[in-house]
Design a binder for this molecule. Sequence first.
Ligand SMILES: *Cc1c(COP(=O)(O)O)cnc(C)c1O
Length: 410
Amino acid sequence: MTRLRTTAVHGGRDDLAELGVHAPPIDLSTTYPVPDQAEGGDALQALAEGAAHATSPVYSRLHNPTVARFENALAALELTEAAVAFGSGMAAVTAVVQAACVLTTKPHVVAVRPLYGGTDHLLSSGLLGVRTTYTTADDVAAAITPDTGLIVLETPANPNLDLIDIAHVVAQAGHVPVMVDNTFATPILQNPAPLGATYVLHSGTKYLGGHGDVLGGVVACAESEAKALRQVRIITGAVLHPLGGYLLHRGLATLPLRVEAAQRTATELAHRLSEHPAVTTVRHPSLTANPLLGTQLRGPGAMLAFTPTENPNAIVRRLRLITPAVSLGSVDTLVEHPAALTHRLVPAADRHASGVPDNLLRLSAGLEDVEDLWDDLDQALSGNSKPASTCDTDYIKSSSSQFRALSRSN
Ligand SMILES: *Cc1c(COP(=O)(O)O)cnc(C)c1O
């Protein structure tokens, strides 16, 4: 097996030499000729039962060679046997819940907060017929019941960068599969599978694609779990488009370099923000001594969060270079206000209890020159010397969920 950067560049490209091409072809076929219908039927049967490939893809909802190359490359980076790609990170989370809870009729999920707002909302919506108990990493064992089908955690957590000890949760899980959302860390900084995670999930939309132009999700796991995920993907149609598969695969080649560069920038910005008079707290794993840093998590990463003394919206409105937008892991630096946007649908009391204050801003460091980013942050933070007493976050108070009714009936 090759080393990380080599794997990132060469993973999933084994068949290219034989094809006589340098870049992976984008196979846009929706259907594939099956001159022998009996043979075609055998291929369809194999794929429908969850096989990774067959003598023919038959139909592109069943299999796509461009997407499969991305899956093979990601599995190599996550040190798993297989990976299964989906049309978005949320489609991937949905498929894991369907495979682990719905197919096995174990409709109870234990989830460690905070989680990405969309995942939190999905698990509490009742939409998939599961009930969710939210708990802390230390209390997972106590929350497990005989019908628990899945444990969900995210580390570093979105948006407050909490670190959770994966092996500690796995030790409490017994036979219950653990899903770790590895979107923030990327396989460059953290590999949950060797620590015992059953499913390693990524929103490929973020660092894997890395350029803010492709939506996708992927789950790295053992071949036995991958089979069930492929079956779910075929049944529900939550496939990744081959162009998305191509872009995500291309993104992997530069992933180590992008993560290392953005991490250096985030570390510098976190340090400077922690000394800025208009900032009360900064969260970045580089700022606190945590035994998980350097072991489970190989570097502090490129995401940080901070609480300004002033109204967060006023700060964001003054930014000139940094992009005010949700999402993360792009080449450009992004800032967003979780309570207003990504975590709006998480009930305020739950947000507060899981360590997400209303005035927290989240920053995804990009690849710009760090001094330009600092100039922008500093002018936005210092731009107005209005007293800090009025931290008006009223504009987030109207949060509502269209699935409230569903949650209640669950
Ligand atoms: C964005 C995100 C998701 C959801 O992914 P989509 O591609 O937007 O569906 C899940 N988990 C985390 C941590 C994310 O940041």
